[in-house]
Ligand binder design. Structure first.
Ligand code: AHG
Ligand code: MN
Ligand code: MN
Length: 346
C-alpha cells in the first residue's frame, strides 16, 4: 500500500522521507523531533497566558533574575529554557547544549547516552512581547561535535554558520508554526492542535527577490552608522528618491515574527550596528539568532549579511557573540551591503 498523496504530511513522515532520501541520518531526525516536541510544550505554556501564571519577570520580589546578556529574564524565558534542556538531556543524540539563557554550554553528562551533535537555542525570542500577547518564538541551530571530543566546551561550538546541519524556529502566534531547514530548502509546518502534530503546510519556501517592505527599530536611527543612515534615508525618500519606489515599514520586535513575515511575503530585516551596541558588536546573537535565521533565509533563496560579510561565513569568537544583521529579500540585502561597501571605500 502506498501513502495517499492527499493525506497531510506530518513532520515525522517528512523527516523519515528525508532520511530515506539520504539527506539526514536517524540521529539528526530524532533530535529534530525532540526539539519539535519541546516547542509544542512551550507553545502550550505560552498559549495559557495569564491563566498559566507564566507572565511577568523571573526572580524573587524586588530582585530581577539577570542572564548572561545582562537582560532581565521573564518567567517564560526560564521555563522555555528548562523545557528544551529537559527534553534534550536524555535523547542520546547530543554531545552538548548551549542557550541564550545560560552562561556556558552544558555537555551531556557521562551518565547519559551521548551523540554527535551540538544544539544551540534562543528558548524564547521576543520576550518583551510576552506580557502584551504578541508573537514570540524559539530559534535553534544544530552543529556537529568535532571528532574525538566527548565533553565539548564553549570553544567547540565556535563554528561558522556554513557548518550548521539543521536550523529552525517555532513561532507562537495565531497558529504555532515550525520552520525548518536541513540544507535542502526551507519548509514550514503548522501545529494541528487537535492531533498534537506538526503538519507540512509549505514545502520549499521562496522569499520574493524584490521587496517594498523593511523592518528596523527606527528609534535607533540617530545612533546608526553613516551607511545605514544613507540606506534607510533613501528608502524613506520613496518614489521621489534614488530607489524610485515607496517602501512600507514593519517592526514586531520579535525576530522570529519579523523573519516569518519576510520568509512568507518578502522584506528586509535589519538590526544594524549602532553606537549603543557597538562595543558589543551588535544587538543580536550570532550563534542562536543570526546564523540559524541566515541558514533558513538562504535556503529560501534570500540573503543574509552583517552588512560587510556573508553571515554564514563569520568565524565566531564567542558563544554569545553579537553581530549586525541584514537578511531577507536578496536584492534589498545586496542594496544594504552596497551602501556599506561604498561608505567603507570612502
Ligand atoms: P530576545 O527576546 O531573545 O532577547 O530577543 C529580542 C531581539 C529580537 O527578537 C528582536 O528583533 C529585537 O531583540 C528587538 O529589539 P528592540 O527591543 O531593540 O526593538
Ligand atoms: Mn532572541
Ligand atoms: Mn530569548
Amino acid at each position: 500500500m502506498s501513502p495517499n498523496p492527499a493525506t497531510p504530511v506530518s513532520l515525522t513522515r517528512h523527516l523519515l522521507e528525508e532520511q530515506r532520501a539520504g539527506r539526514i541520518n536517524a540521529d539528526l531526525r530524532l533530535l529534530i523531533e525532540v526539539v519539535a516536541r519541546a516547542c509544542k510544550s512551550i507553545s502550550i505554556a505560552v498559549g495559557k497566558g495569564a491563566l498559566g501564571g507564566v507572565l511577568g519577570d523571573a526572580g524573587t520580589a524586588g530582585e530581577a533574575s539577570i542572564n548572561i546578556q545582562g537582560e532581565a529574564q521573564k518567567k517564560l524565558d526560564v521555563l522555555s529554557n528548562e523545557i528544551l534542556m529537559e527534553a534534550n538531556a536524555w535523547g542520546g543524540h547530543l554531545a552538548g547544549l548551549a542557550s541564550e539563557e545560560m552562561d556556558h554550554s552544558v555537555p551531556i553528562s557521562d551518565a547519559q547516552p551521548r551523540g554527535n551533535y551540538l544544539l544551540l537555542f534562543d528558548p524564547l525570542d521576543g520576550s518583551s512581547n510576552i506580557d502584551v500577547n504578541i508573537s514570540v518564538g524559539t530559534i535553534f541551530s544544530v552543529l556537529r561535535c568535532p571528532d574525538g571530543i566527548g565533553q565539548p566546551g564553549d570553544e567547540h561550538y565556535l563554528q561558522p554558520g556554513t557548518d550548521q546541519v539543521a536550523a529552525g524556529y517555532c513561532t507562537y502566534g495565531p497558529s504555532t508554526m515550525l520552520v525548518l531547514t536541513i540544507g535542502h530548502g526551507t519548509h514550514a509546518f503548522t501545529l494541528d492542535r487537535e492531533i498534537g502534530s506538526f503538519v507540512l503546510t509549505q514545502r520549499g519556501m521562496a522569499i520574493p527577490e524584490d521587496t517594498k517592505e523593511f523592518a528596523v527599530n527606527m528609534s535607533n536611527q540617530r545612533f546608526w552608522e553613516a551607511p545605514m543612515q544613507a540606506y534607510v534615508g533613501d528608502l524613506l525618500a520613496g518614489k521621489e528618491g534614488p530607489r524610485g519606489k515607496d517602501f512600507n515599514m514593519r517592526w514586531v520586535a520579535s525576530m522570529v515574527a519579523d523573519v516569518h513575515r519576510i520568509l512568507t511575503r518578502g522584506g528586509i530585516f535589519s538590526y544594524p550596528l549602532d553606537s549603543k551596541c557597538a562595543a558589543k558588536g551588535g544587538k543580536l546573537r550570532l550563534m542562536y539568532e543570526a546564523n540559524p535565521m541566515a541558514f533558513l533565509v538562504e535556503q529560501a533563496g534570500g540573503a543574509a549579511s552583517t552588512g560587510r560579510q556573508r553571515m554564514l561565513e563569520v568565524q565566531p569568537t564567542g558563544l554569545h557573540q553579537r553581530v549586525p544583521v541584514f537578511l531577507g529579500s536578496r536584492t534589498e540585502v545586496e542594496a544594504a551591503v552596497k551602501y556599506h561597501a561604498e561608505h567603507d571605500a570612502g
